[in-house]
Design a protein around this ligand. Structure first.
Ligand code: HEC
Length: 175
């Protein structure tokens, strides 16, 4: 690894940060996966360059929720039905029942044997926590029993979360 390569990697990283930041300011969708890839290729040694970029790639879901379509979210939710019931009073299956999950505490379902990864998480399932978990369960809660790869697209997660929000007698206010 020589100086030139480092400089190039640095420039690419900086360009990535600038692009992501201005993208956020403009309220536009950048393509964090593309950025992560090019940083990866130039750096070669990877871990140092890729690691800081990863958390920045998960944009806040709050701003997307107002425009999200719960109907599209209902379609996304089919991915969850293999393991979860969504109806009020529905039984726990492979995973816990998800009625009223928005705003519930971690490990909210009575009688479900949660992993420590979920049960011991402080706080509750606010919109951003749900977003992070659904994006990548293993990243959010290492050791979780939820064997689900995650939903990569922010729009799909926003729709899904907007739908989950409706599964309640009194849906929580949007952020
Ligand atoms: C392969 C089975 C499986 C699939 C598919 C799955 N889950 Fe899960 N889910 C689980 C399991 C098991 C747990 C318990 C995790 C633990 O205890 O670590 C869980 C836990 C959860 C929790 C935490 C609930 C609580 O009470 O704290 C949420 C939220 C959740 N899942 C949402 C979803 C959503 C949304 C989807 C669809 C996009 C989904 N899951 C798909 C198995 C699954």
């Amino acid at each position: 690894m020589n100086m030139e390569t480092n400089k190039i990697a640095g420039a690419v990283l900086l360009a990535g940060i600038v692009a992501m930041t201005s993208g956020m300011i403009a309220g536009m969708l950048v393509h964090p996966h593309k950025l992560a890839e090019s940083v990866y290729k130039v750096e070669g040694v990877v871990q140092q360059a890729a690691a800081p970029a990863a958390p920045a790639a998960l944009q806040p879901i709050g701003p997307l929720l107002a425009a999200a379509d719960p109907k599209a979210g209902e379609t996304q939710a089919k991915k969850c039905l293999a393991c979860h019931t969504l109806n009020q009073g529905g039984p726990n299956r492979v995973g816990p029942n998800l009625w009223n999950i928005v705003g519930a505490k971690h490990g909210h379902a009575a009688g479900f044997a949660y992993s420590a990864a979920i049960k011991d998480k402080p706080g509750d399932w606010n919109y951003e926590e749900l977003n992070a978990f659904i994006s990548s369960p293993k990243t959010y809660a290492p050791g979780t029993k939820m064997a689900f790869v995650g939903i990569p697209k922010a729009e799909d997660r926003a729709a899904l979360i907007a739908y989950l929000r409706t599964l309640s007698d009194s849906p929580k206010p949007l952020p």
